[in-house]
Ligand binder design. Structure first.
Ligand SMILES: O=C(O)C1=C[C@@H](OP(=O)(O)O)[C@@H](O)[C@H](O)C1
Ligand SMILES: C=C(OP(=O)(O)O)C(=O)O
Length: 429
């Protein structure tokens, strides 16, 4: 599938974004491990979350839907998963893989997990190493670093894990494994990463303590099914926030966006860049804060993005690089080496594709330097099979001087099915 983007006059109107991807994955996982029924509304019907649903069905969990965003999970309890007869396929999803490895580590059975061409290149030793310390046995290429991975789980012992990277996937893998260990399992991070696992564990009835950068979970909790609505995904809203910000005269309101403080770095950065952004109607959906976000087009200025802000906006860096290309001055992004091990090497992909629009951009080992303010020409872009690169480059084309084409853009369905239609519905040509 190709996305063809013609320069537009304005973006105007109201929209909602699909459900949060991180929260949707966790809802399936904890719903399966709970006793009783969990009903989730606004579940993300993206390919990544559907892969998670399929993996749990393979382990004997009865799941209905998703139909129109409603998913019903008939939980089997902490000890109720069954040995899967088939290889579990996480598709393109790092979150499915790493969190599921944490759960598989605690199962008294054998399982094999694999994924697509991108996922089988992404590092997994970051989770298999602590999970091995807890007592799980893995077999995989490069010292248990690469999928496909075979897992023999079993009785686990709790650990105090000091994580070298601020990664919610690493933290969550160890905390989920900690559910199957007697006693307290803790994870200390160098900076705080998204805390959806911690919030949702509490919602299902687990005991979770947080102090500074350390999270502790008490093993063998009684998890009970819950009902909740998944907030709109701020990482999907990000494309429309930046689109509205860079196209003069635009005015877009995105309703029901998750604004969890461990995820809201983009709001801070866009405000620093001078974007006209209003956050209103703040409320809670379950354990998660949400709000309506209104954003209007105008002049942007460059900024610096680094340090503890990075984990709070890690998935928004490709689209923030597009905002930087339209901003006056030089934007510097540092401390983001993690971008090299996402669905693509996002530092290299953003640099290569924005150069095609005529943007002066330099790659750093851990970031990017972007010279903004020069008008962009249209470009013919690759997606690298990476949903966030495809959507970021589509947005870059909205205010360019000629047509932009994104090849191989079907990958947007990983996190944002209907992205193209949502864009069209707000476009004033
Ligand atoms: O836990 C999660 O749901 C996620 C954590 C982040 O990855 P890392 O933990 O690798 O930083 C993020 O990039 C990913 O899209 C989703
Ligand atoms: C990095 C991402 O996801 P995952 O790690 O789950 O593949 C993402 O959605 O940008």
């Amino acid at each position: 599938m190709k996305l063809i983007i013609n320069p537009i006059k304005q973006l105007k109107g109201q929209m909602t974004c699909p459900g949060d991807k991180s929260i949707s994955h966790r809802a399936v996982m904890l719903g399966a491990l709970a006793k009783g029924t969990t009903v989730v509304d606004n579940f993300l019907m993206g390919e990544d979350c559907l892969a998670t649903v399929q993996c749990f069905k393979e382990m004997g969990v009865h799941i209905e839907g998703p139909v129109d965003g409603k998913l019903t999970i008939h939980g089997v309890g902490l000890d109720g998963l069954k040995e899967p007869a088939r290889i579990l396929d996480a598709g393109n999803s790092g979150t499915t893989t790493r969190l599921l490895l944490g759960i598989l580590a605690g199962q008294p059975f054998c399982s094999i997990l694999t994924g697509d061409d991108s996922l089988i290149k992404r590092p997994m030793a970051r989770v298999t190493t602590p999970l091995t310390q807890m007592g799980a046995v893995f077999l995989g290429r490069q010292d248990n670093n690469l999928l496909p991975l075979a897992v023999r789980g079993g009785t686990l012992k709790p650990i105090e894990f000091i994580s070298p990277v601020a990664s919610a996937q690493m933290k969550s893998a160890v905390l989920l494994a900690g559910l199957f260990a007697e006693g307290e399992t803790s994870v200390r991070e160098p900076a705080i990463s998204r805390d959806h696992t911690e919030r949702m564990l509490r919602h299902f009835g687990a005991e979770v303590k947080v102090s500074d950068q350390t999270v502790t979970v008490q093993g063998r909790p009684r998890l009970a099914g819950v009902r909740f609505t998944v907030p709109g995904d701020i990482s999907s809203a990000a494309f429309f926030m930046v689109a509205a910000a860079i196209v003069p005269g635009s005015e877009v309101t995105i309703q029901g966006v998750g604004i969890n403080p461990t995820r809201d770095g983009i709001l801070e950065v866009l405000q620093q860049m001078g974007a006209q952004l209003q956050i209103g109607n703040r409320r809670y959906q379950g354990e998660e804060p949400v709000a309506d976000i209104k954003i209007c087009g105008g002049e942007l200025r460059s900024t610096q993005i680094y340090g503890t802000l990075i984990p709070r906006l890690i998935d928004e860096i490709p689209i923030l690089a597009v905002a930087a290309a339209y901003a006056q001055g030089t934007t510097v992004i540092r401390d983001a080496a993690e971008l090299k091990v996402k669905e693509s090497n996002r530092i290299a992909a953003v640099a290569a594709e924005l150069r095609k629009f005529g943007v002066m951009i330099e790659e750093l080992p851990d970031g990017l330097v972007i010279q903004g303010g020069t008008p962009l020409t249209g470009a013919s872009c690759r997606s690298y099979g990476d949903h966030r690169i495809a959507m970021a480059m589509a947005v870059a084309g909205l205010s360019a001087r000629s047509q932009t084409i994104i090849e191989d853009a079907g990958c947007v369905d990983v996190s944002f099915p209907g992205f193209g239609d949502a864009l069209k519905s707000l476009t004033v040509e």
